[in-house]
Design a protein around this ligand. Structure first.
Ligand code: IPE
Ligand code: IPE
Ligand code: MG
Length: 232
């Protein structure tokens, strides 16, 4: 079986899942954490190299204050605190991409500690995109290049695709082979715009809290039957 080296997931549909049960949106986010656990377990078992999870976008800051407070101030902080030792035991290397300066200090600190603790692990690389957007990522890389021109390290005519690529998030890892989006929406929603250039896209109607092992297996089966040509 041809397995993807890098799987990226837009975990969508928590709010709709909760609505369907007559519960507040927050309840969907809580059950969504169970699906995150299941996805990590699945990738560990399949020996996938990289799993990138879109957890909170730049645009998600514009949601109601209570929802943002719950996700950032409570859920992510608590889950990270509780899970990190288990991830470490399983050899997971944990990383966060995104504008983490916008997160509260306590969460920033737990992120740094978790990254440091697991930095030398050689198992699954688990990347969480938090306060992340593709346009932010490309803008940040552009800023870096401009700075290097400003201080005379580079000329603008030296700039190539490779040089920009070296400054976007996850440039040291293989690009995503498979992007999964749950909940029936068929869009990228400002996720890894640069890195998804040749990624296979897979959309399922299943809502994220219901996305478990069988659904993941189905996505891999579909991927296996895709023919990737990279324009050649
Ligand atoms: C995805 O579920 C989780 C986040 C974006 C944080 P949503 O909260 O977007 O759920 P829907 O799309 O409203 O159902
Ligand atoms: C994308 O989902 C972001 C995450 C899953 C973190 P959204 O629910 O924010 O995207 P839209 O609003 O449907 O495009
Ligand atoms: Mg959504």
């Amino acid at each position: 079986m041809t397995l993807p080296r890098h799987i990226a997931i837009i975990m969508d549909g928590n709010g709709r899942w909760a609505n369907k049960q007559g519960l507040p949106r927050i309840a969907g986010h809580k059950v969504g954490v169970e699906s995150v656990r299941a996805a990590i377990k699945f990738c560990l078992a399949k020996k996938i190299e990289v799993l990138t999870l879109f957890a909170f976008s730049t645009e998600n800051w514009e949601r109601p204050k209570e929802e943002v407070g719950f996700l950032i101030g409570h859920l992510f902080t608590e889950v990270l605190g509780k899970e990190i030792s288990e991830l470490h035991k399983n050899g997971v290397q944990f990383r966060v991409i995104g504008e983490i300066e916008k997160l509260d200090k306590k969460l920033q600190q737990s992120i740094h500690e978790a990254e440091k603790l697991t930095a030398n692990n050689s198992g699954l690389k688990l990347v969480v995109a938090l306060s992340y957007s593709g346009r932010w990522d490309i803008t940040k890389a552009t800023q870096q290049l401009c700075y290097e021109v400003e201080v005379g390290k580079l000329k603008s005519s030296d700039i190539t695709i490779e040089l920009l690529n070296d400054r976007v998030s996850l440039h040291d890892l293989p690009e995503p082979d498979l992007l999964i989006r749950t909940s029936g929406e068929k869009r990228i929603s400002n996720f890894m715009l640069w890195q998804l250039a040749y990624t296979e896209l897979y959309f399922t109607d299943i809502l994220w809290p219901d996305f478990r092992e069988d659904a993941f297996t189905e996505a891999l089966n579909v991927y296996e039957n895709r023919s990737r040509r990279f324009g050649k």
